[in-house]
Design a protein around this ligand. Sequence first.
Ligand code: FAD
Length: 810
Amino acid sequence: MKPSKKILIIGGVAGGASATARLRRLDEHAEIVLLERGNEISYANCGLPYYIGGEIANKSALLLQTPEAFRRRYHVDVRVGHQVMSINRTDKIVTVKNLQSGDEYAESYDKLILSPGAEPLHPDGFESERIFTLRNVPDTLRIREFIDTHKPKNAVVVGGGYIGLEMAENLHRAGLGVTIVQRADHVLAPLDFDTACDVHRHIESKGVRLLLDNTVQAVVEKDGRLEITVKDGEQLVAEMMILAIGVRPDGSLAKQAGLQVNARGAIVVTENMLTSDPDIYAVGDAVEIVEFVAKQKDFIPLAGPANKQGRIAADHICGIDSKYTGTQGSAILRVFDMTVATTGLNERAIQDVGIDYEKSFTWSASHASYYPGAVNMAIKTLFEKPTGKILGVQITGYDGVDKRCDVIATAIRAGMSVFDLTRLELCYAPPYSSAKDPVNMAGFAAENILTGKVKTFHWHDIESLRQEQNIIFLDVRTQMEYDNGSIDGFVNIPLDDLRSRLGEIDKSKRIYVTCQIGVRGYAAARILTQNGFDAYNLSGGYRLYHSIFGPKTSVTRPSIPAASEIKVSGKALVIDACGLQCPGPIVKLSAAINSVGDGDIIEITTTDPAFCSDIEGFCRRTGNQLLETNSHKGMLIAKIRKGTKHLETTNEPVHHGKNFILFSGDLDKAIAAFIMANASAALGRKTSIFFTFWGLNLLRKPKKVRVSKDFLARMFGWMMPRGSTRLPLSKMNMGGMGAKLIRYIMKRKNIDSLEDLIASAQSQGVELIACSMSMDVMGIKPEELIDGVQLGGAAAMLAHAEESDMTLFI
Ligand code: FAD
């Protein structure tokens, strides 16, 4: 039988393979030719990083279809290793090159579908066999082979998008030390900065270094390593680099054929996926789409849309009027054991299109908190004012994040509002959800705002509110929570005491309330409002604020002895605080500590992420010793030894340490201190440098860090040198000329710069301790310090002095 029509498809993966299969199902008599320049079709791009990390063990698992199986199943002429070089629209033929033989031939078509995808950006100056991009199976095999043969110890991943983070995780899993360099102030562009802060903390807690607000300026390959200079001046050394800085739609064939493409090079299509030629369709990563919520033209390369568009193009060719109604950017990612999901618009996109909107932050358990294993998720809901139409959502957490994001993605498709979310009846039994599902809770919080039950303020309002006279900041958490950490300037009246202490609050002032996650703050705001106060609740509460402004985990973690150093004598008490919200775990721990003897060990398991920072503060304050913390899938396990009297080790310690106290902020003195510290570390001596007052300046990051500060602290910050590169000389500084001269001479004489000395000291294990009291006085926040610095007080310094046979004050 003569074929009904001849259809060529260019590109045999997501969009192309999907179109091909649908075409055959709809038209048994069409002649279908699938042209793919690679050697595989229909492979799992999305699984490629997991093969590199070893989680997907067999390469064959990545190949969803072999050309032969596809040919057999769909009776399609599949030609792999065949690249389409050009399209002649007048004669309706394409020129194809057989990449194996080099021969070129013409192939005619009645209908043509383009699904050429998008190509990774690879700027000039990044050429080396140690630099990789990841798009397809050959790229994957190249990376894997490099790791297997060269056994690199470390890697730099440039770009903190989906592919960058997946690669970082998988390289880490493959045993490499990983640094991510990300241009923006946060990873994952579809998220907002505030939501991404949880992700930053999680990535760093796994030992991956994250350089935000930074870019790679230059890469030089030298002695089998890459020397990478980043924008803030630091030089990284790595054995391999992954470039994951984004993709560009591959509209080259279309452009060459005179089809309409946009400024970005993406092919312009109709709702039926037709290009500007009535016989040519285009689908997938190569096309311009309409963003579903704001109805703006956009470029959102994702596998789901590509597959659906392939199906729509096939339908239209076969006479079915299927339409593509837009991409809403529903995406999900596993970041180590955390899950991050998003759908719809983020805040920046909403502001760009000028929609009047509000947002709420909720914090809900994945299932009934009394049923074992409940873990919390943070939901940021963005909605239009006053309609409540859902504009977007971002969720970070562990179990159940995917389910909630999918429910809200569906609600967005259906044009639903946050009021509708309060009415959704979702499946509930304790192991799966709560009677009020996290989706309902997001709806309730948003509804309370829109109906005026509560006025809210946000984390980014606090700085400007501080400048106002007529306000009171009120923290309604318990005394214990408040003592463990609070926002500067907030006074504490626990919620349960609030009614009886209303008389202490000045009614002529506006009251800005916070609690841990926003729930008790809401209750407090209701009490206050109904008693004639003008009250506002901090959305997301202290938890969110701390996630954004709190010190990095790696900076504040106390020096916890290695597990092998922990000498457990006495009984260990195991307590389960899973599902309890703050302050539940701390209260339970406190009771447990009271029930055991000095020196006993308590092991507590909790699902409250705030516990990680709470426990450190709690142990510091109460004189108990934090021995160990581990986290997995949202569960945090901490071991604590009761009492200030730590058990003696069996061997008498030998005191050969060297203890430096760097008070000066002068370049020459700092160089001298670091030269001695490096020498001491090289001799195998335990070495520490305690930075106090002006000495703190050389620990400051060279770039401004977004932190909340009062006026005086900001002024101090402006006046003091930001980081080691800006230190003056103690003598003959000559407005900075002297310092430059010294640096020049040192370079000429091949002497390490101060920055090299600091890096070398850190890599040799020299402990850098910033004096927390001086930091407080000078208004320096932990986030402003370079990575790897611990905070400590005079006690920490004295402890080091006692373990040393030399203390030098510089
Ligand atoms: P592709 O799947 O890229 O296919 C295009 C094909 O066309 C290529 O095989 C190419 O060789 C071929 N081709 C191009 N030009 C020619 C020519 N002239 N002649 C012949 N053949 C040609 N998306 C998600 O939604 N979730 C994820 O988790 C996810 N993870 C990803 C992980 C990685 C590492 C990568 C690279 C992508 C990931 N994506 C993910 C994106 C997703 O893979 C793409 O959105 C999707 O594959 C796009 O489909 P497509 O058909 O447009 O292009």
